[in-house]
Design a protein around this ligand. Structure first.
Ligand SMILES: [Zn+2]
Length: 622
């Protein structure tokens, strides 16, 4: 088998078979620089990736590798046992960024790290600086805990990104050596071992896609089929914590640690995309219904429980105690993308968009160098200080730093999630300004979305152009010149236009602000509404309220007009001026002191950029 020696243009997911939709090669998708996603991607390139690289030094992640090299610095292992993955996710971001922009900014870093990995890797391919550098630890002795295959998975994903982005063979060689060890030791006739943190499954499938070596696909399949049989033991939180309570074909309720659940689901869907086993797809679509239909926050956050970073029961979605880890929303997007490729169903793209413009966008500061780990939908007046899982402000780094480099790798590749295409046509899934090319058909999209609903698409060539119409977009207006409408702008579907020559499509999405009522079963916010405009969820921050009015005192008047002020909204309602000292014992609530006010709501993704202060998404009604 031969490896490519020239850069492959594929994005993060490159199915070899059974996909309904075909991802565009990375250069065939470009975000417009001034667009919401394009500007964010540039901020990632200019600020976030470098910030991650700097923190690999200051947090000791790189020192963990150097101390294992002869003549390297002394000192104990630093950070969590899975700290190697911080490096790998940052390398993955660098790989996609090189592929996107051609930057050579990280050439020295890559030289240094490639040499380091080659020297730290053991002759049989093993590589994990926690186990290698901690007296008493034995390799693969505590798979429920040590994250060895998890780290190997992130190494593989970094190597694939660097190979696709720049043709770099060095990391792929290191990654294949550890993957080959996984194949040898945990293959057909090997030890039936799985990792407490799924991640290696999706990585092994992608390594198969990149190299064509079936052994990696089989290794992924074994990892997936062995899970759910109690191999990991009960652990600290029980088998459900790492989805080892039921086989993937039977486990159709989202459960346990949310990031583990979602990475596993991405891996299972990848396996379906390669082996076409319909039972896997059926189970994954049911699981998705559970996660997205009953356990997801309106911002696209997953996992409400702090205790074990886990999904709660259906509708257990407290806004103030939302765990909603940034990594969970990223993993959810990765999974939805794979289901979109597998099925072509627009709902998967719609949920990608929800997560991107709300929970994930909120996770990064306007500077690109501070981050949320947990993404609550409410912060109370008097909330004291900021911590990893109870934030009042974004932090520059975390002791458990999984989220910042995860954001970096997603944003460096986010253009690859916007569209698909093949020689029959081009499908636009994320509505964004940019340029997208399928064989025979290119489209230039101009829009200020997600704030502006006017979308102008200029297409050249022949083929079918499909444009996702959001499910909230009733009465979207369409104008087509030069092409023929095959299917109109049905909410929650695709507008389909047969293009020949030059075709212009103008889609006007209704952007009137909407009040979305909380599901009755979510007790913590029953009777409340959230304000959305297009896909953007809004919140009210203390910084925008008149003096003497607290966020907790607001009541929204649902009958009053909502006015738009740029990206902000002006709402009307009342401030309940009862004595806060009586709360929560007073009854009934006195109404005499209510004061009629108007107040501003801002996009949720931009909250906490003006210092700490109370905030809420769900608003009680007047
Ligand atoms: Zn995280």
């Amino acid at each position: 088998m031969s490896l490519r020696t020239t850069p492959s243009p594929a994005g993060p997911v490159a199915p070899r078979r059974t996909a309904r939709l075909t991802p565009l090669p990375s250069p065939a998708a470009r975000l417009a620089p001034g667009s919401f996603l394009g500007a964010w991607q540039q901020l990632n390139a200019d600020a976030t990736i470098g910030h991650c690289v700097d923190n690999l030094e200051t947090s000791g992640v790189l020192a963990n590798f150097r101390r294992l090299v002869e003549g390297g610095p002394q000192g104990a292992f630093q950070g969590f046992w899975f700290a190697d993955s911080d490096l790998y996710k940052t390398l993955e971001a660098v790989g996609w960024e090189i592929g996107r922009s051609g930057t050579d900014r990280w050439a020295q870093l890559l030289d240094d790290v490639a040499g380091l990995l080659e020297r730290v890797q053991e002759p049989d391919g093993y590589l994990n600086t926690y186990v290698q550098g901690t007296p008493g630890e034995q390799r693969f002795a505590r798979p429920d805990y040590t994250h060895e295959l998890y780290c190997a998975g992130h190494l593989v994903q970094a190597a694939v990104a660097l190979h696709r982005g720049s043709g770099d063979e060095r990391f792929l060689t290191v990654a294949r050596r550890i993957a080959d060890l996984v194949v040898r030791e945990f293959g057909e006739d090997g030890r039936a071992l799985i990792d407490g943190h799924p991640e290696v499954e999706t990585a092994l499938v992608e390594l198969y896609r990149e190299t064509g070596d079936q052994a990696y696909l089989r290794a992924a399949e074994l990892q997936i089929e062995r899970r759910g049989h109690g191999l990991l033991g009960p652990g600290h939180f029980g088998a459900v914590y790492f989805q080892d309570h039921a086989p993937v074909r039977e486990a159709t309720e989202a459960a346990g640690h949310s990031v583990r659940q979602l990475y596993l689901a991405a891996g299972v869907t990848d396996l379906y995309l390669e082996n076409g086993d319909e039972a896997l797809l059926v189970a994954q679509e049911k699981l998705w219904e559970s996660a997205f239909g009953t356990k997801m926050y309106v911002i696209g956050g997953h996992g409400s429980r702090h205790r074990d970073e886990a999904y709660g029961d259906p509708y257990e979605l407290p806004p103030d105690r939302a765990y909603a880890e940034t990594c969970a929303s990223i993993a959810a997007l990765q999974w939805s993308w794979r289901l979109l490729l597998a099925t072509g169903k627009p709902r998967y793209a719609e949920e990608m968009e929800r997560a991107l413009v709300n929970a994930i966008a909120a996770s990064t500061s306007e500077t690109g160098t501070a981050f949320f780990y947990s993404n609550p939908l409410q912060l109370r007046t008097g909330h004291d200080g900021s911590s990893e899982d109870s934030p009042s402000e974004r932090l520059p780094w975390y002791r458990c730093a999984c989220c910042p480099p995860n954001l970096a790798r997603l944003l460096a590749s986010v253009h690859a999630y916007a569209a698909t295409g093949d020689d029959t046509g081009l499908q636009l899934h994320l509505i964004t300004a940019g340029e997208f090319s399928a064989p025979g058909l290119t489209a230039r999209v101009e829009t200020g979305y997600p704030y502006d609903g006017d979308v102008l698409i200029t297409a050249h060539g022949t083929g079918e152009l499909s444009v996702r119409v959001p499910s909230w977009a009733a009465d979207a207006a369409v104008e087509v010149t030069g092409g023929q409408i095959l299917a109109g702008a049905t909410p929650g579907g695709y507008l389909r236009v047969a293009c020949a020559g030059d075709t212009t499509v103008r889609l006007a999405l209704p952007m009137t602000p909407r009040l979305v009522r909380a599901d009755e079963r979510v007790d913590a916010v029953r009777g409340c509404v959230a304000v959305l405009r297009g896909p953007v969820v809004y919140c009210v921050e203390q910084a925008d309220l008149p003096g003497g009015v607290l966020v907790e005192q607001l009541r929204l008047d649902p009958s009053a007009a909502v006015t738009e002020e740029g990206t902000r909204l002006r709402l009307s309602g009342f401030a309940r001026k009862d004595d806060p000292d009586l709360y929560p014992a007073h009854e009934p609530a006195p109404a005499a002191g209510d004061e009629s006010i108007t107040f501003t709501a801002i996009p949720y993704h931009s909250w906490a950029n003006r210092g700490p202060g109370a905030m809420r998404v769900w608003l009680p009604l007047a």
